[in-house]
Design a protein around this ligand. Structure first.
Ligand SMILES: [Zn+2]
Length: 199
């Protein structure tokens, strides 16, 4: 019969603090969602009003994007929130420093031309492919202050906007590549789908 261990009365205990105590931050990064997560295939809903909750979500997404180290855009869908919100942070590109862009309810008003460039996605790690997209676009949306924004974009900015707006419609960049190339990626995608991602 096992002996019952007596609890020492002298053991100091503490209800607060200590190494295991949880520090709550007002703004913390969010959990990324990865390929295979059904949320990535859902359509996000328009945001009716920009409240503190929306602003905080945008801040948290900026932090989440920064944490990735190499990401330049993020859609709310990718952190499991089905709201039409995207952020873009190109950082420094072609010797120009860009301010992070927060865009609610983005809408593509026009798209011209065609250009092929390599893309990747934070939700589909280690997979890249050439994707054909419009070259010049005009996008409308609402900024973090709730003011309307009108953006004419080309180059990388246009590509990131289109990629992120796709996410809001449940579309991934791998949906836009040719069947053959996709076939070549199918093993990698299957592995990703079955992978356990760190939380
Ligand atoms: Zn993506």
């Amino acid at each position: 019969m096992p002996k019952r261990r007596r609890k020492s009365k002298n053991t100091p205990t503490s209800d607060v603090g200590g190494e295991d105590s949880v520090v709550l931050r007002e703004t913390a990064p969010l959990q990324m969602r990865y390929y295979g997560d059904p949320v990535l295939r859902k359509r996000a809903e328009p945001v009716a009003e920009i409240t503190d909750a929306e602003r905080q979500l945008a801040e948290q997404m900026l932090m989440t994007l920064e944490d990735t180290g190499n990401g330049i855009g993020l859609a709310a869908t990718q952190v499991g929130v089905l709201k039409r919100l995207i952020i873009v942070d190109l950082g420094e590109e072609d010797d120009e420093a860009y301010e992070p862009l927060v865009l609610f309810n983005p809408e593509i008003l026009s798209a011209e031309g065609e250009i092929v460039a390599e893309e990747g996605c934070l939700s589909i790690p280690d997979v890249t492919a050439d994707v054909k997209r419009p070259e010049i676009i005009v996008v409308d949306g609402i900024d973090i202050q709730g003011e309307p924004v009108h953006i004419e974009a080309d180059g990388l900015l246009a590509r990131v906007l289109l990629h992120e707006i796709d996410h809001l419609n449940g579309v991934l960049f791998i949906d836009r590549i040719s069947g053959l190339k996709r076939q070549l990626l199918s093993d990698e995608l299957q592995k990703l789908q079955q992978a356990e991602h760190p939380s």
